[in-house]
Design a protein around this ligand. Structure first.
Ligand code: ATR
Length: 275
């Protein structure tokens, strides 16, 4: 019988997940559908019950439900436990379990750029997204992670959890030259403001500068990094790889990620450069 999958969120109309997963189902001739479903916070529990009744095989969860779905699930994978947030649910025939592929998605997007695990990484931000990435970097074997955040206490807390170190934003600006990889996870850059989370004046040319935002494709942070001759990486890769890990979990098939990064970049009005 045809299987069905979904992404739930509020809002949901702009999600690119249906485009991505439908394309992969087509490409691999898997008889399945993937629907965007608008679920308001007050309807989350009822909606989950309804989806289970209708035999959903798996789904993705986007804002604002990533945390509130946690108590509704019978089982959580390590990635979801560490983040206390779920972006993917899969059904093993008996129960629905939650995992979180956001952090691992980011790490894969980094590894395809041949980043060495001994690289000195500066993680900017200590919110939900940073948390997932910090744990995923740690799980992947990255050895030198430093966390900086506007609210220093949060950077310290996250650093303690993953046994790394924390520095203030000012200190990170002063020591920027030391880092080989910068990872921008804050919400600065999502709006039309030209503000940067930290100044990039001291960055070394050739540094890999990643921003997890993909709308816009080039945040002011990445624009500045490019001006400083850094290698830049936008959030499309993380988006595609978090989806690919979910797809693998559901189907056992590894989808074509490189082509999808190109398609999504073009869909967002950008030009794909394979670097
Ligand atoms: P998300 O789940 O997207 O990570 P979040 O948990 O609300 O969202 O975290 C937002 C991150 O962006 C935090 O690191 C936040 O810093 P604070 O902990 O100091 O709030 C950071 N952030 C948001 N606005 C910022 C700004 N104007 N300058 C610097 N950092 C900012």
């Amino acid at each position: 019988m045809k299987k069905w999958y979904a992404v739930i969120g509020d809002p949901i109309t702009h999600s690119l997940s249906p485009f991505m997963h439908e394309a992969w189902f087509d490409e691999h001739e898997i008889d399945a559908a993937y629907l965007p479903i608008h679920v308001e916070p007050s309807q989350l529990e009822k909606s989950f019950e309804a989806m289970k009744t209708l035999g959903i095989s798996g789904f993705n969860i986007t804002l604002p439900h990533k945390r509130s779905i946690v108590p509704l699930l019978g089982k959580l994978e390590k990635s979801a436990m560490q983040m206390n947030a779920v972006n993917t649910v899969s059904f093993d025939g008996a129960e629905y379990s939650g995992l979180n592929t956001d952090g691992d998605g980011f790490v894969r997007s980094l590894l395809v750029h041949d980043v060495d695990k001994t690289a000195k990484v500066l993680l900017i931000g200590a919110g939900g997204a940073a948390r997932g990435i910090a744990y995923a970097l740690k799980r992947a074997g990255f050895m030198d992670i430093t966390i900086t955040n506007r609210t220093y206490r949060r950077a310290e807390e996250l650093a303690t959890e993953i046994q790394s170190s924390a520095i203030t934003l000012t200190e990170s600006e002063e020591r920027l030259v030391e880092f080989e990889v910068l990872v921008q996870t804050t919400s600065v850059g999502l709006t039309t403001s030209e503000a940067l989370p930290i100044s990039l004046n001291g960055v070394k040319a050739g540094t890999l500068v990643a921003d997890i935002i993909y709308t816009p494709l080039e945040t002011p942070f990445l624009k500045k990094a490019a001006e400083k001759n850094c290698v830049t990486l936008n959030g499309v890769g993380m988006f595609v790889y978090q989806g690919a890990i979910a797809f693998e979990q559901w189907t056992g098939v590894q989808p074509n990620t490189e082509k999808m990064i190109q398609l999504i970049t073009e869909k967002l009005g950008g030009t794909y450069v394979n670097n």
